[in-house]
Design a binder for this molecule. Structure first.
Ligand SMILES: Nc1ncnc2c1ncn2[C@@H]1O[C@H](COP(=O)(O)OP(=O)(O)OP(=O)(O)O)[C@@H](O)[C@H]1O
Ligand SMILES: [Mg+2]
Length: 340
């Protein structure tokens, strides 16, 4: 086993990396800015350029819907990030091991792409292992996944929501739906255009969401936003109201709840009784939506546990798997999986 080891959560909006013995060493937007063939900025610096870059600079997210959509750019980004946090380049002194979290409900080809990305990169690589993302999530949430006790975990990220049932260190059921924070941002953007006659950018929509989005109608609030007037074309400031935001995002809240209900309906009865006991665990950055737990409790009649630091549960779980030899069996090599 190599002396260095990294655990990586390739999120759609952010990439998080855990370094064995150190903790989370990188948490940046998973984004790259390119001009011609040259990378001119990565991560948070590239995000600053997003929606502001001139036509010759292309700013893009290489992970889409939880899977690698742009291999070349993801590889460049990874090499860059690992270099920054002291990983081994191909001709460096020692190799590093990698464990990567991948969604469960994807094809073997898509899963393999995470492995190949690291294996064929410019990094000096020891062993590469894959951990099912819901398992990393549950470990990061502090749950004992090795027992026969069934657990339901729901990760609401940026492009995806993954609803899973775990038992005995494995996945019983898992469903990945293309709904997450990005859909909410898009819905808010469209609503502001329609109701306020104002064009706003993705970043502004995300800020509105973080300040005003609520899963239930609650105390009315508003925020000042800047955009471009649809009619006059001039830069304009307006106050966006929380009730309008609530109406814009409500249907997506119910898409997530429907996915939870579908999985609950398919859950073996013995596991259902465990879930009645312990409730549903919610992770992912979008778990930060105000009163999400209240709406989910009302709709499912189950206890809802919003995990602390929800955007980092997966990477923290990978970290625990790296640090704790008793959890090592949760990480699998892709070869045995692909051939089985
Ligand atoms: N306080 C908050 N309220 C609502 N949404 C939030 C809050 N904080 C972060 N988010 C949203 O969480 C999302 C990012 O979460 P996370 O880091 O779990 O996603 P990801 O892992 O990159 O995506 P995915 O798992 O879909 O690949 C973004 O859409 C962001 O806007
Ligand atoms: Mg994620």
């Amino acid at each position: 086993m190599a002396s260095k080891a990294f655990g990586i959560d390739f999120g759609t909006s952010t990439i998080k990396i855990y370094k064995k013995g150190q903790g989370i060493v990188l948490d940046e937007r998973n984004i790259v800015a390119i001009s011609g063939k040259n990378i001119i900025a990565t991560g948070n610096d590239a995000f600053d350029m997003y929606e502001k870059a001139p036509a010759n600079i292309n700013v893009s997210y290489p992970v889409k819907n939880g899977v690698i959509a742009d291999v070349a750019n993801m590889m460049e980004l990874l090499t860059h990030f690992i270099g920054r946090i002291g990983g081994a380049k191909r001709f460096g002194s020692s190799a590093a091991d990698y464990i990567v979290a991948t969604p469960t409900d994807i094809t073997e080809v898509e899963r393999r792409a995470f492995y190949d990305l690291i294996a064929s990169s410019n990094l000096k690589v020891g062993r590469i292992k894959i951990v099912e993302k819901p398992i990393a999530d549950a470990v990061g949430a502090g749950l004992d996944v090795m027992t026969a006790r069934g657990v339901m975990i729901v990760d609401i990220g940026a492009d995806t929501t993954e609803v899973s049932i775990l038992s005995l260190g494995g996945i019983v059921l898992s469903k990945l739906i293309p709904v997450g924070g990005n859909r909410l941002d898009e819905a808010i953007k469209n609503m502001v255009k329609r109701k306020y006659n104002l064009y706003i950018g993705d970043k502004t929509a995300e800020n509105i969401k973080k300040k005003l989005a609520s899963a239930i109608t609650s105390v009315e609030a508003s925020v000042k936003v800047y955009g471009r007037d649809v009619v006059s074309g001039l830069p304009t400031e307006m106050e966006v109201n929380s009730n309008d935001v609530f109406e814009a995002i409500a249907e997506y809240m119910y898409s997530i709840i429907d996915a939870i209900k579908i999985i609950l309906e398919r859950t073996p009865p013995e596991i259902s009784s465990d879930i009645i006991d312990s409730g549903i665990y919610i992770t992912g950055g979008s778990a930060g939506i105000f009163a999400l737990d209240e709406l989910m409790r009302k709709e499912t009649d189950l206890k809802i546990n919003i995990c602390p630091d929800p955007a980092n549960t997966v990477v923290n779980g990978l970290g625990q798997i790296l640090e704790n030899p008793q959890l090592a069996t949760l990480a699998d090599t892709i070869r045995s999986k692909a051939l089985s």
